[in-house]
Design a protein around this ligand. Structure first.
Ligand SMILES: Cc1ncc(COP(=O)(O)O)c(C=O)c1O
Length: 418
């Protein structure tokens, strides 16, 4: 049973109140970005309204800006369970942070070294590594996924690791098919080989508790706009790595983390929003305690709610003729997937299906959503990819039912034509 009061939750999100062609909008586009609660909007507005400034000035507005940045760092350290706030750096988005860190890490590589990327990843955790490898004459090996259930073939990882493997770039959850990776298992294999691990947790972050200490990963990235916050990227790195690596930075910038990684002026209004987003999530908890304790219980509540939506969806689609779900469809294995479903419906291209759903106010994504390697591997890149339906905690079972009814009607149109 869901511990979340969705009516009370939804009332906090102004964007969810809108209608499309007389129908309430249904936001099933969470994997591409979530909506923000009023508390996040207020925090960002308040920062700008009380005066914005750069860091380090001898006046009150600048000092307040310093407090806003420190609070956001603290909030993200709680959310990711970093050992210390200095292990958290902010940047424009996950992609830009990954380009910056990949260049810095690549300075430590020699020609003939090797790295591993996966076919399950978003291109933001592939392309930066391919380009850095090309610059340094480094060989790239690919960790594949099983095309039947779209889960990474972690049992083949030991075969890919050699004494030359410097880095494994790997996703915590696929933004296309939802599969969750057993990160600790991947990290243990990589570390036994002296290989660093860079984890993309962008897709996973709104769905489950991240624990960088339990994962023991070396780096981890996420993006606040996927967990109800503003457009800001977040980078975790073990302090020893972040201190030792050479960052591409301007000379007066701090020599130590996190400042050495935060190039230029940050979006401080976004950092105010990041803190508010973490506090919003912690507020979904029904227990008292410190923020990490509340986040832990809140994410468990979210997981329960989202799993119920996934089950309803998967049971519902079995009776829709011509509908195929990619990835894990076994109800018993829902703990191995995020509530993100890539689907096809016979008679429609992905773009046509997304347009038909969009016209009825159901927001979904179509194409490859930058999971280019996934679509390539499934042989769907040229034909326009798949429709992606993503549930988050503010979605309801009534919304899932409306989606199922609409898909039934669209399938019936094709049956009538044939
Ligand atoms: C799994 C995953 N990784 C990385 C990214 C890129 O994140 P950003 O937009 O913050 O660069 C996305 C964005 O959709 C994503 O879903």
């Amino acid at each position: 049973m869901s511990m979340l009061d969705t009516a009370q939750i939804r009332a906090q999100f102004p964007a969810l109140q809108q209608q499309v062609n007389g129908q309430p909008a249904i936001f099933f586009d969470g994997p591409a970005g979530t909506q923000s609660p009023q508390s996040v909007i207020d925090a960002m507005r308040d920062y700008l309204a009380t005066g914005s400034s750069n860091l380090g000035g001898e006046f009150v507005v600048s000092q307040r800006t310093g407090q806003v940045a420190a609070a956001a760092r603290h909030a993200m350290a709680d959310m990711l369970n970093a050992r210390r706030p200095e292990e958290i750096s902010f940047g424009q988005n996950m992609t830009s942070l990954t380009f910056a860190v990949s260049r810095a890490i690549a300075r430590t590589w020699q020609a003939g070294d090797e790295i591993i990327v996966t076919r399950l990843d978003h291109d933001a955790n592939i392309a930066p590594w391919l380009l850095a490898a090309e610059d340094k004459g480094v060989t790239v090996r690919w960790l594949d996924f099983d095309s039947a259930d779209c889960t990474l073939q972690l049992d083949t990882l030991p075969d890919l690791l050699t004494d030359k493997t410097r880095l494994l770039a790997i996703t915590l959850a696929s933004n296309a098919v939802g599969s969750i990776t057993d990160i600790r298992r991947a990290v243990d294999s990589a570390h036994a080989n002296g290989t660093l691990v860079y984890v993309d947790s962008v897709h996973y972050a709104p769905h489950g508790l991240i624990n960088v200490q339990a994962f023991d990963c070396d780096f981890l990235v996420c993006s606040a706009y996927k967990f109800y916050g503003p457009h800001t990227g977040i980078l975790y790195g073990k302090y020893e790595h972040m201190a030792a690596l050479t960052a591409y930075k301007v000379r007066p910038a701090p020599a130590l983390p996190p400042g050495k990684w935060e190039t230029g002026t940050q979006s401080f209004e976004s950092l105010a929003g990041v803190t508010a987003a973490v506090d919003y999530l912690a507020g979904l908890s029904t227990v008292n305690g410190d923020r990490r304790t509340r986040l832990s219980q809140a994410m468990a509540n979210i997981n329960l709610h989202e799993t119920a939506l996934s089950e309803r969806f998967l049971r519902g689609v079995t009776s829709i003729p011509g509908l195929k779900v990619y990835g894990i469809t076994d109800i018993e294995r829902l703990d191995e997937r995020a509530p993100t479903f890539a689907i096809s419906l016979e008679g429609y291209t992905a773009a046509e299906l997304a347009q038909r759903l969009g016209a009825t106010g159901i927001f979904v994504w179509d194409g490859h959503y930058y999971a280019v390697a996934v679509m390539e591997r499934l042989g769907l890149l040229e034909s326009g990819g798949l429709v992606r339906i993503g549930f988050v905690h503010y979605n309801t079972s009534a919304e899932v039912d409306r989606l199922l009814d609409t898909l039934h009607a669209l399938a019936a149109e094709i049956t009538e034509i044939n």
